[in-house]
Design a protein around this ligand. Structure first.
Ligand code: IMP
Ligand code: MG
Length: 182
């Protein structure tokens, strides 16, 4: 019998790395900075599916500027190909981004391969500007040089779940960010 079937809530035992209150406070702060930086503009926020969905929906409600949103989905490379940096677009944008102020919204930067690819790919579509905001950053895990323009928290090299982040599509709905132990 699985924990789920047994009605046990194992999730409660997982260590909370960032509480929903800590996350909300920081998301508000980032939203203030972004609102200042884009004052008078109407940026297009591009959420990277699926992990960034919760962060994007919280972030935009704290912004004090008008925005548009769109979404893109990319494949995650398997371990075997991680070093090759091959990333594939599974769902593309609905619109041209030419001349737009584009802000990519990501849940976490790990090796940096995904965002490295997305910045190159979207950058070639002639946006007016292109920046990246990530809720989380694991700088110790980088395989390619990548610096987000805005970052919520630097975290240690541990696998985290919740607030949109999954393990095998589970746990995205948790309000706190927790550590999934081996
Ligand atoms: P990167 O291309 O290695 O930077 O990978 C980024 C993607 O890997 C993120 O968008 C997440 O989907 C996933 N990822 C990396 N670390 C974690 C984690 O600790 N928990 C859940 N997903 C993660
Ligand atoms: Mg992601």
């Amino acid at each position: 019998m699985t924990d789920h079937e047994a009605g046990r809530n194992k999730v409660d035992d997982y260590e909370v790395l960032l509480s929903s209150e800590q996350i909300e406070k920081r998301v508000k702060e980032i939203a203030e900075v972004i609102s200042d930086d884009y004052r008078g503009k109407r940026p297009l926020l591009i959420g990277v599916l699926k992990g960034a969905v919760i962060f994007l929906s919280d972030l935009i409600r704290f912004l004090t500027i008008p925005v548009e949103i769109d979404f893109i989905a990319v494949s995650s490379y398997g371990n075997a190909t991680a070093s090759s940096g091959v990333v594939r677009i599974l769902k593309d944008l609905e619109q041209s981004i030419q001349g737009k102020d584009v802000l990519i919204v990501e849940d976490i930067v790990d090796t940096g391969l995904t965002l490295n690819y997305l910045v190159e790919n979207l950058g070639s579509r002639h946006p007016n500007s292109l920046r990246v905001v990530t809720l989380l950053d694991k700088p110790d895990r980088r395989k390619v040089k990548f610096e987000p323009d805005y970052c919520g928290f630097n975290i240690p090299d541990r696998f985290v779940i919740g607030y949109g982040l999954d393990y095998g599509e589970d746990y995205r709905q948790l309000s706190d960010l927790r550590v999934l132990d081996e």
